[in-house]
Ligand binder design. Structure first.
Ligand code: AMP
Ligand code: ZN
Length: 189
């Protein structure tokens, strides 16, 4: 019988370390909790105050979240990022959110990283960026834009084509994949 998205979610929930933290089976340095969201300090922080914000319900990648939960989660991320700015005296904050092993996701339970930064702390490597021909950029935008339509907060619906395998979280694409040829790579952010 074909595995449904719910089967995949149930299987990954059983092993999920963040679900065990939320249920209290594993201890964590909690800083915030409400009825839908839990936030605790990362066990291997980039800097002091590095926080993980997670929904209490188990979802693997961001596109799977029901809209109301996604909206509440980002509201909490916004609130905590402001509070963390003040509490840590950070000069800046990175918000990171990895989806899928290919993107560096290690724990398959949706989470936002809130990372306080100091000027020149060199705490994270810069992204490997490329240069691109403006014409190619336009073509890519046209191709991507064909698959997108405006949404409003009252019409947002959870996409039914989100698919997540156990090993990697690879969403199914509609239409042709959009390719970006890398050239003249630089290390500047
Ligand atoms: P990601 O690579 O985006 O999946 O990040 C997962 C994060 O979870 C890493 O930064 C880990 O350090 C953190 N982490 C894993 N286990 C725990 C734990 N038991 N308590 C707190 N943070 C954890
Ligand atoms: Zn979980």
């Amino acid at each position: 019988m074909a595995q449904t998205q719910q089967d995949v979610l149930n299987a990954s929930k059983e092993q999920c370390i963040f679900c065990k933290i939320i249920s209290g089976d594993i201890s964590a340095a909690k800083i915030y909790e409400d009825d839908k969201v839990f936030a605790f300090l990362d066990i291997n922080p980039v800097n002091a105050g590095h926080t993980l914000v997670v929904p209490k319900d188990h979802y693997i990648v961001l596109p799977q979240l029901p809209d109301d939960l996604a909206m509440h989660l980002i509201k909490v991320v916004k609130y905590l990022s402001g509070a963390i700015f003040e509490m840590t005296g950070a000069h800046g904050i990175n918000i990171y959110q990895n989806n899928g092993a290919a993107a560096g996701q290690e724990v398959p339970h949706v989470h936002f990283h809130i990372i306080p930064r100091r000027q020149d702390d060199n705490a994270m490597s810069p992204w490997n960026r490329s240069k691109i021909d403006p014409e190619q950029l336009k073509q890519i935008a046209e191709e991507m834009g064909k698959n997108l339509k405006p949404i409003s907060s009252s019409t947002v619906k959870l996409s039914s084509n989100t698919s997540v395998s156990k090993k990697t979280s690879k969403p199914k694409r509609k239409g042709k994949p959009v390719k970006v040829k890398r050239r003249n790579s630089t290390n500047s952010p």
